[in-house]
Design a protein around this ligand. Sequence first.
Ligand code: NZQ
Ligand code: ZN
Length: 419
Amino acid sequence: MHGFTQYTPTRIIFGKATQKQAGELAKRFGATKVFVVYGGGSVVRSGLLDQVTASLQEAGLDYMTIGGVKPNPRLSFAREAVKKSIEFGTDFVLAVGGGSVIDTSKAVAHGTANPETDIWEFWSKKQTVTKSLPVGVVLTLAAAGSETSDSAVLTNEDTKIKRGLSTDFNRPAFAIMNPELTYTLPKYQVGCGVVDIMMHTLDRYFTQTENNELTDEIAEGLLRTVIRNGAVAIKDSHDYNAMSEIMWAGSLSHNGITGLGAEKDFAVHQLGHELSAKFDIAHGASLSTVWGAWAAYVYDAKPARFAQYARRVWNVEEADDVKAAQEGIKKTVAYFASLDMPTSFSKATEIGLKTDEEVKKMAHGCSYEGTRTIGSFKVCDENDIYEIYKLVFEKLFNCFRWIFCWVIRKFLAEVFLFR
Ligand code: NZQ
Ligand code: ZN
């Protein structure tokens, strides 16, 4: 186990009707003027926004609301929100929504506290965040884990670049988590959420570090729990127990605990961000699209690690490490498909990538024009990234080939058997 620092200051308030405590909690963290951020309208339709603002009023807090955050949140919207927040005199930002709303709220907090700095300077790593405002969260979607994470992700729509920013200033002051608030989620978002939660642990789990027993057990337990309850939640988003397990797992999966004592990989997230930036694909769907190809490309860097995953998470009984590893990869991809999540470019983008040139361009973008590598389990440069994207791409051809063969076989059977 390597040395580590763990800092998770977020106060978590979990359970039914907890959204009614939003005002009191904000006040406890020094709020007087609260800037409330929400998304495309789900919280208006469900009545949650009214409940939250009523709670702010009861606590005697002045507030201003701003809606319209889109999934894969845009830099331009965040910049506009910063302007409004500065005019309002915000001293506390309250996010009511999922990861996109929370990340925009974090951007608003940094931008309001640093009015002289354009917020993209932080995301492009030209400036460091040294002060910010506190952010509170009322969570409506278990997925990104932003409610406790140190990260925030924005998309610069002019350059089609999606970037994450990690800083302790991104850790929210509190997170209100009522699983009932997720009942209104469309099935697709439940699926995206389950994949993302699994991926925050998987992107930490595949490591070259040995002897990290407790962290491994936590990660494997979390994965088994999410897999089991994800299968229930995808059929019934009103199952309180399943939605509770998933919601709690969402926070634990990305607050750092499932990777303590080991180096992080996060290659799959980087591969997925490039897809989301170029095609505006939902984050979870981008991850299910690339994971199988990434795993197939890297597992031989340490088959024993993938075999451990297969045996402990998927109950694979195969004694041979390589075969067990392959079985675990197959089961994971099949699970994503059972959630109706895409596992190929064509399914993720509807159009698919058409040319090899496009695949190369994606690899170039993901490697920041060839200036960085991704991952640590197997360090991947631009060429590796290209090979991984090609594997996802080739699955499409394999699929066409399989359909073609099936049609030919059927045709021949008709001709020769029924003549
Ligand atoms: O906008 P509204 O109308 O609210 O609808 C949203 C949105 O369309 C809907 N939704 C959310 N809660 C709902 C609901 N619909 C009905 N009922 C509810 N209770 O779901 C859609 C997706 O919302 P979004 O916030 O985009 O999803 P998610 O939470 O998956 O966040 C994705 C974003 O977070 C980033 C991703 O890259 C992506 O931009 N991530 C942030 C991380 C972090 N800050 O730590 C880490 C992650 O790896 C991830 O990169
Ligand atoms: Zn993620």
